[in-house]
Design a protein around this ligand. Sequence first.
Ligand SMILES: Cc1ncc(C[n+]2csc(CCOP(=O)(O)OP(=O)(O)O)c2C)c(N)n1
Ligand SMILES: [Mg+2]
Length: 186
Amino acid sequence: MHEAAHGRAPAVATGIKRVLPDRVVFTYQGDGDLAAIGTAEIIHAAMRGEKFTTIFVNNAVYGMTGGQMAPTTLIGQHATTAPFGRSIEHYGSPLQMSELLATIPGAAYIERVTVTKPAHIAKAKRAIKKAFEIQIQGLGFTMIEVLSTCPTNWGMTPIEALGWLEEAMIPVYPLGVFRDVTKKEA
Ligand SMILES: Cc1ncc(C[n+]2csc(CCOP(=O)(O)OP(=O)(O)O)c2C)c(N)n1
Ligand SMILES: [Mg+2]
């Protein structure tokens, strides 16, 4: 296990996978990490077709640092740095990283899942397994985006947060497979 500077996990994973190509390598990145400070890193790792897997945990906020707005924050969602709610006029629209990365030829598998109920958790498990299998086949970059709650910074109970994720987040971040080169080749 290696720790990387915020946003730089793709660069560290690139080095590890290139030096140790027989290892299954994965990164774990939040949305502030992957969709803000590390946006260039992840786009170029996908473009290079780096053969590691990214687990992208999207909770629509900078959680660890206390709830600042992230590029993934929803329109109208309140954050410490968007106290009146995110507006398109001031902050732009939520950044859909799975859709974006799915346009890149070096990306082999991109799927968005969530973990709000057992059926979703089982699906998330299958998605991560599939990404690892595609990594082992050496087909390119793989990423599983996991929509996650952040009750503390959303100002909700854990149960309320599960409901908000399903009602507000999934319409903006639909679940599903956005790129699968194994299907295209078939
Ligand atoms: C280079 C660098 N810049 C800023 C920080 C401060 N920092 C730590 S965690 C974090 C944001 C985390 O947000 P996210 O990636 O969405 O993860 P979450 O906590 O929501 O899971 C920031 C800005 C840092 N640790 N290193
Ligand atoms: Mg986050």
